[in-house]
Design a binder for this molecule. Sequence first.
Ligand code: ZN
Length: 138
Amino acid sequence: MKSYREEIWFDIPTRRAFVNITAAVQNCIDKSGITDGLVLVNAMHITASVFINDDESGLHHDYEVWLEKLAPHEPVSQYRHNVGEDNADAHMKRQIMGREVVVAITNGRLDFGTWERIFYGEFDGRRKKRVLVKIIGE
Ligand code: ZN
């Protein structure tokens, strides 16, 4: 069995964003030389997510509205976590959107459903953050 590890770095200029990282993950698979196995992709921060869904801007807008209803950023004083920081909502948004995804690799490609794409969800940006890509197989 082979294994491969890589980190993908981000420096998102806004507080929140969704970034399609499907091509970056496929690039890691290409470099690994693994054609049959599994890839794990996880955010290495507790205020960011990795998830799979449709690459459709209307849906991403709907996520933003939905997440703001569930855990509004303002007023920051509503959260006990926000003593010396203001990112309690980002922790909650990350919890809902998830930490990681695992995808099968078949014939060297991400073995997706038709509309599945991998996204990085940033909820407290404006600083350097990273995602771990770990691939195992042969
Ligand atoms: Zn925090």
